[in-house]
Design a protein around this ligand. Structure first.
Ligand code: GAL
Length: 378
């Protein structure tokens, strides 16, 4: 299985935590279709931690909690599949998951076979309660191998939060995406922290194994399991812009049965999603960064698209409005090249004109602007 663009979907953890059940999950599957999320490309519906009983069965197999999932997991998977979606589940490389349910240490091949039997298409694999002397580098490889031999294509989503030097070895394990950050919570400080932590790791992101900046908090409004404070709509748009532009998987975390129009407009902006899903998947590069009092205030980024266009991301992490300036010479345009950039504003959905020397855009405090430029004759 080769994963060519960042996976898109929904995950239960950010809003629901342990509070999950079959009815709610089926309603999420319905909502993914009815709201248009599925057609916009969100494909995976993932149940996170807290889905099982506290004991394995007599054959050592994991058992779905019958109170939460009375029809069993195969029935949930069948329902999710009937909606044209893919089904994801969760386990961990230690003896217990982070919420202290049984997990896959020493049961890797049995659990991979169980997930395959249930029709699972995606496994998020966490990193809690690992026995001493068993490094993640070994345990993630064990599960990678078990999944590759379970007889079903299962996307391997490694979640070790970027610790233990994982950028050095995570691709050895067969992971298709890996959590390159700590846990997100629903506030601006968390978005800022995860963005800054991601910058040195961007060079490791690429096709086949994507840096996962953690699930989205867009639309949570401070409610739910990680709803600590909430963000403004502008901040949610910035969060989504950065995750999308940096090529992170986009796993929605809000209650999609009840999304505001603003949330929908953020999550389903086709032109922004097209940058995230660009088939060439080239890494973003920094073209202009300004620090204030030694803190990164704002930065301007570019990413070359498969069709020759240039995507531009202007991100303002500071508390002040800014007017970043992009010199076309920094992209090899203008001057003797005879070429200029015809720029479209992806959030406004507006063509802004053709620029041959420089391009300046206002970016409000905590804001982001995303553009797509087409190379034209000056
Ligand atoms: C954390 C993980 C979260 C969530 C949680 C469940 O380790 O980073 O995304 O899965 O465990 O207990």
């Amino acid at each position: 299985m080769i994963v060519k663009t960042p996976p898109l979907g929904w995950n239960s953890w950010n809003t629901f935590g342990h509070n999950i059940n079959e009815t709610m999950i089926k309603e999420m599957a319905d909502a993914m279709v009815e709201t248009g999320l599925r057609d916009a490309g969100y494909e995976y519906l993932v149940i996170d931690d807290c889905w099982s009983l506290h004991e394995r069965d007599e054959n050592g197999k994991l058992v779905a909690d019958p109170e939460k999932f009375p029809g069993g997991m195969k029935a949930v998977a069948d329902y999710v599949h009937s909606k044209g979606l893919k089904f994801g589940m969760y386990s961990c490389d230690g003896t217990m998951t982070c919420a202290r349910y049984p997990s896959s240490f020493d049961y890797e091949f049995i659990d991979a076979a169980t997930f395959a039997e249930w029709g699972v298409d995606f496994l998020k694999y966490d990193n809690c309660n690992r026995p001493v002397n068993y490094p993640g580098r070994l345990l993630y490889k064990r599960m990678g191998l078990a999944l590759a031999n379970c007889g079903r294509d299962i996307l391997f989503s490694a979640c070790n939060w970027g610790v233990d030097n994982s950028p050095e070895w995570i691709k050895e394990t067969g992971a298709h995406m890996w959590r390159s950050t700590g846990d997100i919570v629903d506030n601006w400080q968390s978005i800022k922290d995860l963005t800054l932590a991601q910058l040195p790791l961007l060079k490791t992101n690429g096709q086949g194994c994507f840096n996962d900046m953690d699930m989205l908090v867009v639309g949570m409004g401070g409610k739910g399991n990680v709803g600590v404070g909430g963000c403004t709509v502008e901040e949610y748009r910035t969060h989504f812009s950065i995750w999308a532009f940096f090529g992170s998987p986009l796993m929605i975390g809000c209650d999609i049965r009840d999304m505001s129009e603003e949330t929908k407009a953020i999550l389903m902006n086709k032109e922004v999603l097209a940058v995230n899903q660009d088939p060439a998947y080239r890494q973003p590069f920094e073209i202009n960064t300004v620090h204030w009092a030694s803190e990164l205030a704002w930065s301007a980024w570019a990413r070359f698209m498969e069709n020759g266009d240039i995507a531009l991301g202007f991100f303002n992490l500071s508390d002040h409005n800014t007017n970043p300036c992009l010199a076309m010479a920094d992209l090899g345009l203008g001057g003797r090249s005879g070429k200029a950039l015809k720029i479209r504003d992806l959030w406004a959905g507006e063509d802004l004109g053709t620029f041959k020397d420089q391009f300046v855009a206002n970016v409000p405090a905590h804001g982001a602007r995303l553009f797509r430029g087409q190379i034209v004759d000056a």
